[in-house]
Design a protein around this ligand. Structure first.
Ligand code: ADP
Ligand code: MG
Length: 221
């Protein structure tokens, strides 16, 4: 069963005179319980693709369906509602509100999702190994801790689909292993995970790797 499908996504940017074709007809799907990695050099369109998949950005062509429900070309409020209840999102930066503690950030996201999940803040902090940091503010965290805190926020709505943009980009090898374990557990629980990554160590745990180059899929293994 497909959790998410993307049909022929196109995205163009117009910076000054130039037209940048960030996505040139990308189609993909991710199944329940699947762990999918998107790889490709910087500038190949990974972040643009992920933003379109979660409805933070709108593609210029094509559409995205979540559980058979179209999420593209809807009012932002509708997209936001679908996002906050169904999808966990970890961006490359800007995952934490600076004026809230780690715990406060998780609580806020839980309240936004308004889902009666089984998750508790303590459980999420345990999962990412940040119990001792729960009262810390984002600027007091190391890069690896901030990445894990962002992951706890992304997981706080017990999402059936987690979409993470370079989740181990800023972390040490030990933290990367920890994050890989979390993704492997999601697979066991029948939850889907899609990551954009440069890390071969992370990608080798994926069920499938899609490689992008210049806004197109060049290889799928
Ligand atoms: P990746 O995540 O693989 O590094 P991106 O999706 O960030 O790639 O970028 C794909 C292409 O789109 C790049 O050429 C990038 O410069 C361009 N791009 C991304 N975001 C914007 C934007 N907001 N405005 C203009 N160009 C952009
Ligand atoms: Mg990127």
């Amino acid at each position: 069963m497909d959790v998410l499908t993307a049909h022929e996504l196109y995205r163009f940017y117009h910076a000054s005179e130039e037209e940048i074709m960030a996505l040139r007809g990308i189609s993909l799907s991710i199944k329940k319980g699947e762990f999918l990695a998107i790889m490709g050099p910087s500038g190949s369109g990974k972040s643009t693709l992920l933003s379109c998949l979660v409805g933070i950005d709108e593609p210029d062509g094509g559409y995205v369906e979540l559980d058979g429900r179209r999420i593209t070309r809807r009012m932002e409020a509708e997209r936001a509602a679908i996002r906050s209840s169904e999808i966990g999102i970890l961006l490359q930066t800007g995952n934490l509100f600076q004026h809230l503690t780690v715990e406060g950030n998780i609580r806020l996201q839980m309240n936004l999702a308004a889902k009666n999940g089984k998750q508790t803040i303590a459980h999420l902090l345990d999962l990412v190994g940040l119990n001792h940091r729960r009262k810390s503010y984002p600027k007091q965290l190391s890069g690896g801790e901030a990445a894990r805190a962002g992951l706890a926020v992304a997981l706080s709505n017990s999402p059936k689909l987690l979409i993470a943009d370079e989740p181990t980009g800023e972390v040490d090898a030990e933290t990367e292993k920890h994050i890989i374990q979390i993704f492997n557990k999601r697979r066991e629980a029948g939850e889907s995970t899609l990551v954009a990554t440069h890390s071969e160590a992370l990608a080798k745990h994926a069920d499938r790797i899609i490689r992008l180059f210049d806004g197109r899929i060049i290889n799928e293994t």
